[in-house]
Write a protein that binds this ligand. Sequence first.
Ligand code: HEC
Ligand code: HEC
Length: 297
Amino acid sequence: MSSAWSWYIIIGTVLTMLACFWLIVWTNRQRQSDADIKESESHVWDENIRELNNPLPMWWLGLYVISIVFSVGYLVVYPGLGNFEGTAAWTQEGQYEREVQRAEERYGPIFARYGSMAAHELIGDPQAMRIGQSLYANYCAQCHGSTAQGARGFPNLTDGAWLYGGSPEAIELSILNGRMGIMPALGAALGGESEIDAMVAYVQSLPDGQDTASPAHMKFVTFCSACHGADGRGNQALGAPSLVDDNWLYGSSAAEIRKGIVEGRNGVMPAHEALIGRDRARILSAYVYGLGQSGAE
Ligand code: HEC
Ligand code: HEC
């Protein structure tokens, strides 16, 4: 805040408080007994309702004074008067950091214990799995969905089909370091529109078995097999999905497959190590591994 604004706020606040104080003093000065009130100063309505200019009751005034005193004390201790920081040096950030630190002291040892356990032990630990579930809801659900079934472009973590591998170790690496799927745009390389259409049809037919006689098959071997494998079963080292199963990251429609071939695809799983640390990542990898196990049944 610039110092002009700061002074604007300080002066405005102090003047308002002084005005409030003056108001009390002023109304109190006129305190009179009923007898002092002259008949001529009162208004009479409906024959017997008298409107008098009485001061405020004492208890009400007392509250008024207390709140003014309180606000003076508050503005001395806490920030409120422009740029003045208050004698307690309280800040939102400081309070937040203290709370985070307290939570870290409380939960850190629990996480550290789990962080040193192997995934298969963690899966058998109901408390660890409950923690895993809430970590998942906090950090992962916005992309992979609240039931971990994913969405277009965000892989399903329950179906037993993995881009990068479904072992607890592979899952932990996905979480810690992130992943980046790189499918280059290959529309131009394939030739013309009709070659692209043929390739789309070929990819769609892959789950039913490879048609090795198709001209698209030759192009597939040339342009696609380096990543997706000669048999189309994918390559987990590159995150290239299997094209022969019925799991589709982007959908099985001709339009989606065509878009992927022409424009390329670039799914990004952000690295989480800095955000959640290794112990939480270990718990999450066990939790996600457990989801894959139940999904594969
Ligand atoms: C910003 C969105 C986003 C967030 C947040 C996110 N993910 Fe991902 N995740 C992705 C995308 C996109 C991919 C696929 C990357 C690709 O296409 O190569 C992915 C891939 C993965 C994979 C690899 C899946 C496979 O088939 O091999 C795992 C495991 C995973 N995420 C787990 C998690 C967990 C656990 C969390 C929470 C800590 C999380 N993700 C948070 C977007 C996200
Ligand atoms: C350089 C490696 C590479 C090459 C070459 C490549 N792909 Fe891919 N492809 C990938 C990766 C990685 C993904 C996953 C993209 C992501 O995670 O966002 C992918 C995704 C796809 C998908 C989407 C699958 C789904 O589940 O939705 C299709 C379809 C596809 N590729 C077809 C092809 C075809 C056809 C060719 C050859 C013309 C080809 N790819 C060449 C790496 C490659």
